[in-house]
Ligand binder design. Structure first.
Ligand code: SF4
Length: 226
């Protein structure tokens, strides 16, 4: 498989936010989201065997949470599914972060899927594969990165139309971050003010979780490998 990096940090998103986590970041993505902060994953990468990846993960001390991310990791499904299985066999708790554009039925059931359904302002609206809803369970999470009111309404209606509160454990609404973020670790780098997003969520009575990418408040927003 082709990898960009393996490193240890704290989880910045999802219901696992704040926990120590090893990140395995795979190379390549077939989408081009307007606010993407991972463009450095689009090409290149180091070719590594499953055993080489496991060796690096094992070296990262006592952390038992591992996230497979990218890029889009499911583009390398043939290699990444056995990796997830091996991690589970060694008692790691495993997350996969994916856009849901690729089929997810082959992901082992014990892996927590964090699926980023693209909203219109990303430029990749409509890329989510609807049949993937059938592969989701209460241990999975759906995330909507929201840049403006139209994105919010898309996300709200998607949640309601598909009765997502019953299907998945967590629904995350996260304000999109600016690609031209300043060095300041502040909410002013969000494309949408988190306070405004919270007001909309409360006004509509949605049972969703506000997601802030906490690594962008701990480190300067454009820092990589954290
Ligand atoms: S799916 Fe993720 S890595 Fe790919 S372009 Fe969108 S934000 Fe970037």
């Amino acid at each position: 498989m082709f990898l960009i990096e393996i490193y240890k940090s704290v989880q910045g998103e999802s219901s696992f936010a704040g926990l120590p986590c090893v990140f395995v970041r795979l190379a390549g993505c077939n989408l081009r989201c307007s606010w993407c902060d991972s463009e450095y994953t689009f090409s290149g990468g180091r070719k590594m065997s499953l055993e080489e990846v496991m060796d690096e993960v094992r070296k990262l001390a006592a952390v038992r949470l591992v996230e497979i991310t990218g890029g889009e990791p499911m583009l390398q499904e043939r290699e990444v599914v056995p990796l997830m299985q091996q991690l589970l066999d060694e008692d790691y708790e495993v997350l996969i972060e994916t856009s849901g554009e690729r089929p997810l039925a082959g992901v082992p059931k014990r892996v927590h899927k964090i699926v980023d359904v693209k909203c219109p302002a990303s430029g990749e609206g409509g890329s989510f594969r609807r049949e993937n809803l059938e592969a989701l369970s209460q241990s999975d999470e759906l995330k909507f990165v929201i840049a403006d009111r139209a994105d919010y309404e898309f996300a709200r209606d998607f949640v309601r139309d598909h009765q997502l509160e019953r299907r998945v454990g967590t629904i995350l609404f996260s304000p999109a971050f600016r690609k031209d973020a300043s060095l300041e670790r502040s909410a002013s780098n969000c494309l949408l003010d988190p306070r405004e997003l919270v007001e909309w969520i409360l006004a509509d009575g949605l049972n969703v979780r506000l997601g802030l990418q906490i690594h962008k408040f701990i480190w300067e927003p454009l820092t990589k490998g954290v």
